[in-house]
Every structure is written in structure tokens, then in C-alpha cells.
Design a protein. Structure first.
Length: 238
């Protein structure tokens, strides 16, 4: 802060110090890193990195929602992860000769911090806490992947969609008049990809959930009128 006025560097320091990467780090180390970070302001639909491109930066989401998309040999694309505030991606930048294993696209207008590979490596070399922070983030990512595999192995499509919506509510939902608002603009195709089914089946299941009063359309996203009832469906007893 200079003369009582917040500077772009101060903003970056604040974002980093409250992020999973900067948690518990010495203020001087965070400020040194912030001086090397680029703040990216991107609109809905903008691409942050391309699948297969050289991984030159680690990315930290400060605002918005980003989806990671992979192309299959068949030409079809699948969403492998949905990320929001505080999440990291592009960890392949930390590997020698790494390339991005997915395309990152903004679902909503987003603010993303791009941390150069050299700066991220120097931070981890000098501060064990940064290594622990990154390992914790990667462990969370692995656990989310395991849950998706478990869902595919155990539950039918209706239950998988219900379980995904509950997790989305825990992650990004907000209460409103006794209901839960999910302010995430996902297409039916996106939802199908995230739960491992076809767009046609997703449309049919979502129509059924609407008829049952469990899901309603909202201005930008969805509304869950009765979370308890949706949780019963997610448990396969509703």
C-alpha cells in the first residue's frame, strides 16, 4: 500500500497469501512471488491454456470458475475437472519439459494468477511450506478423482447427477429463502461430461428431477428447492 492507496502488487499479495499456495508462507516470500505473477482477467469462454502446449506457468484461480477439458482420440471432449476460487492447475509446469494435459476454459468471467515456472520452483526450493501446500492441493485433486471413479462404479446416472449437484452446492452454493442457489452456468453437455453419461440421458434425468421438484432453473445456474430430498436421491434411497 502506497500513501494509503492499494496497488496492483498489494492485491496480488493479498490473493496469494489467502490462497492454498501461500498458506503459512512468510510475508516477504509471498511478496517476492507476487512481484513475478501476472494477473489474467478473462471473460466467459476464454482459454487460459491449451492441451499439449508447453507448461510455462502454474495457475491460481482468484475469482470465477474454470473447466479443464481433454480431447479423446474419437474427437469427443470430456471435462475432467471443474475448479473455482483458490484452486490450482497447470502443475505440469513444475515438471521438466512438461506440457499441459488439458485445456483450461473459463466457465464464468475469471481472475487467474499466472505464476511463472521458474518463480514457482524457486519458491518451493526455498520454502518447505510451499511444497507441503502444493502436495495438499494435489492430494485434494486426487481425492476428487477417486470420488468420481467410485460414483461411476457404484451409482446410476440419476444418483451421479444428484451427488454432483450436492457437491456443487457444498462448493459454490449459497442459501436463499430456504433454498440453495448454484450460480454455475453449466450446459447439459458439460454436466453429462462431468458425470460420465450422454447429453440425451442428462436431459432426461434433469427433466425428471425438475418434475420431482428437486431442481429448478435459475438466472445463471440452478436452484435446489429441497436439498434433503436431493440428498436422498444421491444416497440411492429417494
Amino acid at each position: 500500500m502506497v500513501g494509503g492507496v492499494t496497488t496492483p502488487l498489494d492485491d496480488t499479495v493479498h490473493l496469494l497469501s489467502h490462497s492454498a499456495l501461500g498458506r503459512g508462507m512468510p510475508p516477504d516470500a509471498v511478496r517476492d512471488l507476487a512481484a513475478q505473477v501476472t494477473i489474467l482477467e478473462r471473460a466467459q469462454g476464454d482459454e487460459l491454456c491449451a492441451e499439449g502446449a508447453p507448461a510455462t506457468s502454474l495457475f491460481l484461480i482468484a475469482r470465477g470458475i474454470v473447466k479443464l477439458v481433454r480431447a479423446l482420440e474419437s474427437g469427443r471432449e470430456v471435462i475432467v475437472e471443474l475448479l473455482g476460487r483458490g484452486d490450482l492447475f497447470g502443475e505440469s509446469a513444475l515438471a521438466d519439459g512438461g506440457s499441459y494435459d488439458s485445456r483450461a476454459t473459463c466457465v464464468h468471467p475469471s481472475t487467474v494468477l499466472a505464476v511463472p515456472r521458474a518463480a514457482a520452483l524457486a519458491l518451493m526450493a526455498g520454502h518447505p511450506q510451499a511444497v507441503r501446500n502444493l502436495l495438499a492441493v494435489m492430494n485434494d485433486s486426487v481425492l476428487r478423482a477417486h470420488r468420481r471413479v467410485e460414483d461411476l462404479a457404484v451409482f446410476g446416472v440419476r444418483q451421479r447427477i444428484a451427488r454432483f449437484l450436492i457437491r456443487l452446492a457444498d462448493w459454490a452454493g449459497r442459501p436463499e429463502d430456504g433454498r440453495t442457489v448454484l450460480p454455475v452456468a453449466l450446459s447439459r453437455q458439460d454436466l453429462a461430461s462431468l458425470v460420465g453419461t450422454t447429453t440425451e440421458t442428462t436431459i432426461r434425468v434433469m427433466s425428471g428431477l425438475r418434475r420431482d421438484g428437486l431442481v429448478m432453473p435459475a438466472r445463471r445456474g440452478l436452484l435446489l428447492p429441497d436439498r434433503d430430498a436431493l440428498e436422498a436421491v444421491a444416497r440411492n434411497d429417494g
